[in-house]
Design a protein around this ligand. Structure first.
Ligand SMILES: Nc1ccn([C@@H]2O[C@@H]3COP(=O)(O)O[C@H]3[C@H]2O)c(=O)n1
Ligand SMILES: [Zn+2]
Ligand SMILES: [Zn+2]
Length: 244
């Protein structure tokens, strides 16, 4: 995990991940802190093969300008950008164009190999790694897509509490682990709050790991029921069924 912090956290980096599969590197979101977070772990953007974005908030896309510029002008390559088809226009027109547009580069495709993803369909991202984008509620009229990797690992985008979805993932779809954003202090409003997540039944809590938390997270260790915190800079090994 490059970071496990909320949008306003200062003790933690933005909630972004580096997912490795068969020697390839996929960034899961690329927020404001991602360039420095990668550097802290000994990576540079030239080693990132692809990025997958969940939604258009700066803690999830704020590092994309540097990723684009470094890829084009430092490393001379065009990384793959996996993104929901509904987000492409907003990402370019309303977030990145102001910085990246320069003659003759006038589109997102001048910087990235853009691969639009339809929701509710399984897509192969890298050898051995597939994803299904699930539109999950975050802010009204603002699409945000949670991620289901290899049918077994759910990684929430920012989303409000949706216990029916979590129940269905575990009991109908056999999901083994859920990384979920968590607002430690209620009300959640645009995220699931810890008190809400604590109402989940034990079998779901046991599979749930909390991320996207605020700076006072250490005060909540031991107060999360059967749920555990995702830890920044920790490497989670995942064999398709379990984490270690
Ligand atoms: N309606 C909103 C919109 C945003 N916010 C806060 O701004 C943050 C943007 O990044 P985030 O990670 O989605 O978390 C959001 C809220 O903290 C909020 O609290 N209410
Ligand atoms: Zn966020
Ligand atoms: Zn958000």
């Amino acid at each position: 995990m490059l970071g496990t912090g909320s949008a306003f956290a200062k003790a933690f980096n933005n909630n972004n991940a580096l997912l490795k599969a068969n020697g390839r590197n996929l960034l899961v979101d690329c927020g404001i802190t991602a360039p420095k977070a990668l550097h802290e772990l000994g990576y540079n953007f030239g080693e990132i093969d692809a990025v997958l974005l969940t939604h258009i908030h700066a803690d999830h896309i704020g590092g994309m300008e540097e990723f684009a510029f470094q890829s084009k002008f430092v490393f001379g390559r065009k990384p793959i950008l996996y993104i929901a088809d509904t987000l492409i226009d907003t990402l370019w027109e309303h977030s990145l164009r102001g910085g990246l547009q320069q003659d003759p580069a006038d589109t997102l495709s001048d910087y990235f190999d853009v691969r639009p993803l339809a929701a509710d369909t399984t897509h192969e991202l890298l050898p051995g790694l597939s994803v299904e984008l699930m539109l999950t509620p975050h802010i009204p009229n603002k699409p945000s897509y949670s991620l289901l990797f290899n049918d077994t690992f759910f990684y929430s985008a920012d989303m409000v509490f949706d216990p029916d979805l979590l129940h269905s993932l575990v009991h109908d779809r056999g999901v083994q682990a859920l990384f979920h954003d968590c607002q430690l202090h209620p009300p959640g409003v645009v995220h699931a709050s810890l008190p809400q997540l604590l109402t989940l039944p034990l079998p779901i809590q046991e599979r749930t790991f909390l991320m996207h938390y605020g700076d006072d997270q250490p005060e909540f260790v031991g107060r999360t029921g059967a749920m555990r915190f995702v830890e920044q800079h920790r490497v989670y090994e995942w064999d398709g069924l379990t984490f270690a």
